[in-house]
Design a protein around this ligand. Structure first.
Ligand code: CP
Ligand code: NVA
Length: 304
């Protein structure tokens, strides 16, 4: 693994290796076993959008591994005043050991990797959220024992989460069904790829998508950067909610996942947030373990 730009760059084996290392790190941290594997290493974290989980879990993760993280608000960087990403990449490569970036355009993440000489991690773009999906796969495996042949149902916007979940599920041999309103389907090319490689269904009917699901997933109706569309989206997504009625269609014992932040009463009911809080917040915790695994793989040369 050289970078983590999007999940489709990783093989099934690489994903499995990250999940196994994440499980091991979680076990060890619960048992007081610390690793200072990244002593002396520095991660730069560029944020062009808000964040709670990504920022804090990367920062804490670097600290726990003996390294340090620098929070770089893009508004305070020359990047925010028009310095090209190509120059930023070349400069930061001379100070840092890796960069995590949360931004709008996927091409900016790819350009950082192209012009820089250090590992780049995608901390969310409009197109993908690979770190989140690695934590999601870790959580599903933890809860269900394995991933193969499980069915994940995704309800809502065909956004960055939907795109990355499609890739994660297909790569791990899972089935995925998505219930999205017309006009809000996931990336067309990814859907075509998933149709060739695996088992994907896209429908506008929620109950059909949820039938027999082992895990039900949802995300906000309006993502960061889409605030101006919030009212239009509220109308378009009306009814696309994970609630107790929908969960009657899923398999008994099915889990509910949400990348968070959640909007109770929109994509998820308050009752479901309460019913499934233990697994949803475990999922949030797993961001830390999964990202520590990613950092170790990228920064220590393991599997390079
Ligand atoms: N799920 C997630 O990425 O959360 P943040 O936006 O808080 O980082
Ligand atoms: N789709 C959401 C995910 C947040 C973690 C967004 O991009 O805002």
């Amino acid at each position: 693994m050289e970078h983590l730009l999007k999940l489709s760059d990783l093989s099934a084996k690489e994903i499995n290796d990250v999940l196994n290392l994440a499980d091991q790190l979680k076990y060890e941290s619960k048992h007081g076993i610390a690793h200072k594997k990244l002593k002396g290493k520095t991660l730069g974290m560029i944020f062009q959008k808000s964040s709670t989980r990504t920022r804090v879990s990367f920062e804490a993760g670097m600290y726990q591994l003996g390294g340090q993280a620098l929070f770089l608000n893009s508004g305070d960087l020359q990047l925010g005043r028009g310095e090209p990403i190509s120059d930023t990449a070349r400069v930061l490569s001379r100070y840092l050991d890796a960069v995590m970036i949360r931004t709008f355009k996927q091409s900016d993440v790819e350009d950082l990797a192209r012009f820089g000489t250090i590992p780049i991690i995608n901390g969310l773009t409009d197109y993908a959220h690979p770190c989140q999906v690695l934590a999601d796969l870790m959580t599903i495996r933890e809860q269900k024992g394995s991933l193969k042949n499980l069915k994940l149902c995704y309800v809502g916007d065909g956004n960055n989460m939907a795109n990355s979940l499609i890739v994660g599920c297909v790569k791990m041999g899972m089935r995925i069904s998505l219930a999205c309103p017309k006009g809000y389907y996931p990336d067309e090319k990814l859907v075509e790829w998933a149709g060739r490689e695996g088992n994907i269904e896209i429908t506008q009917e929620l109950f059909k998508a949820a039938a027999d699901a082992d895990a039900v997933y949802t995300d906000v109706w309006a993502s960061m950067g889409q605030e101006g569309e919030a009212e239009t989206r509220k109308k378009a997504f009306k009814g696309y909610q994970v609630d107790r009625k929908l969960m009657e269609y899923a398999k008994s014992g099915a889990i509910v996942l949400h990348c968070l932040p959640a909007h109770r009463g929109e994509e998820i009911s308050a009752e479901i947030m309460d019913d499934y809080a233990p697994v949803i917040f475990e999922e949030a915790e797993n961001r830390l373990h999964a990202q520590k695994a990613i950092l170790i793989k990228l920064l220590t040369g393991v599997d390079k």
